[in-house]
Design a binder for this molecule. Sequence first.
Ligand SMILES: [Mn+2]
Length: 285
Amino acid sequence: MKNFHCRSAFISDVHLGTPDCKAGYLLDFLRKLRCEKLYLVGDIIDMEALTRRHWWHPEHSAVIAEVLDLARRGVEVVYIPGNHDAPLRGLHGQCFGGVRIELDTVHIGADGRRYRVSHGDEFDPEHIGRGWMLHVGEAMHRFICWGNRRLHAVRRKLELPYLPLSIIVKSHIGKALAYIRAYEQRVADDARERGFDGHICGHIHFGHVRELAGVLYLNDGDWVEHCTALIEDHTGAMELIHWSEQATALGRASRELVLPSPCAALALAPLGFRRRELRELDRAA
Ligand SMILES: [Mn+2]
């Protein structure tokens, strides 16, 4: 793949310091990324996991080095800590190696649209940020991650591209889907009340481009399961992309047209019952 040109890029939920982090794909993405602004929308370094268990990989250091290199080359880098890297919130307003730390920020698109950007754990009803996990069941989530790792290993042996298992699983669990829908609604309502055109966040590990009663809900997803980033092109159109062996557009929101992501995301899945699930998704939407 060649270099990837865009105006801004948003990534979150990388969880460096955990074996589930897909650092290799992220590294490939960052090395090809040519942008003006890079937003790190939280849960980049999983400090919470690191306090429980010391685990690190050289690729995770390389990710940090690559981000610092982008800043050195003139990219404006903003780091908005999330609940897993919350200790960094105490450093807001400071700048490290060209990386500015903020609690939240406002992004003004090339087309003039105004977005509030925050990690998004403040919209989690349990507030401590584990609400999402508690709801789906932490054990269940671990099982999905484990299954995802195993499937990935098998597919890699068969030289098949990466397939995010959990996007399919989550889309099929009614409870998880209901949780995602309610979360999206709260985020969009807040953006509307504050007078923004949209909100950009992460946190729930479910990338999505969606319009909710006139405001845009833009979730950049994660690099634990789905390997997604939110990208703004030079016209101000926002696109959710999946990046692994292949680069796939999952949803797009320009001024004229919003193509919501779930259908495209499910198209990644070579499943026979896709059509039925798409109808269910439409009902839930
Ligand atoms: Mn989070």
